[in-house]
Write a protein that binds this ligand. Sequence first.
Ligand SMILES: [Zn+2]
Ligand SMILES: [Zn+2]
Length: 329
Amino acid sequence: MRAIRITEDHAIDVIEARVPALKQGEILVRPRACGICGTDLHILHHGFPGTCYPVTPGHEFSGHVVAVGQGTKGVREGDFVAVDPNVVCGECRWCRAGRPNLCLHLSPIGVGRAGAAAEYVAVPARNAFAVNEKIGAGVAALIEPLACAIHAVETAGRLRDRRVLVLGGGTMGMLIALASRKMGAGEITLADPVATKRAIATRIGIDKAVDPSALGDELFDVVFEAAGAVPALKQALTCVDKTGTLVQVGVHDVDVTVPINPFNVYEQEITIVGSNSLADKFAAATELMPDLQKEAETLIGEPFNIWDFAAAVESMAAGHAIKTQLVFD
Ligand SMILES: [Zn+2]
Ligand SMILES: [Zn+2]
């Protein structure tokens, strides 16, 4: 089979690889749609913790089950599935504590093991979630980022009637805004310096979409830093209201630091909390996505053929669409 491979020295190759042999509990999936996200850019350009180079990327995907290995339950050949990319050990103290995203032996598909930018990918059957194919392969491939958004929103704690600010109008920011709405948040404001992103935020029904410079000294109960950018985080720290919560969702480079004002955190009783990946929210996202199909479709740009991976990455980095996806022959 053919597969995309990223090497440690930033090269993207199309390689001929063996169709993966299925291990106990695994199924073989033929991907139909696969998203590219910031994590893939990190893997390509800076190195991302936990990446096993050379790696076949692709961790946001949907596809058909074409073979099932031994010891698989609940999945059948021909099923259409979305896949939770986080392969965990199930035994370490974080797994046992119900925090699988913090697994000590985490090996995400497309990062620590071969991903979906290939004709076939082997995945543990328990990571596959059946989806009604009618929602579309692209929308199904957005279930993974939606699960991350749900985890972020739940990390924020109570949202009902609280004023929410989302900094960053990428896929995560948009999905966090949508998930916040589902959780009954009060007014939701999304801030992004790019006008086309604000226009899309408005189109999917976000209450307010503004340029970050227009926020002034407005304060919010819950602030999501979903830009992964230092200016956004600095701004986020200044616009959390008393007893408010700042959720760090955006992925910064590992050595970035930002000063905080501890007096402010103390006096205003502010909570700063991280939200990493999707935890155990994949099933919840699978359930929610049909309600958000229209909005999800609005986020997806004109797809690229899988073998045009390099062009897709360029387009993604240039911000031509909120979500860049690959489709398969
Ligand atoms: Zn991703
Ligand atoms: Zn574990």
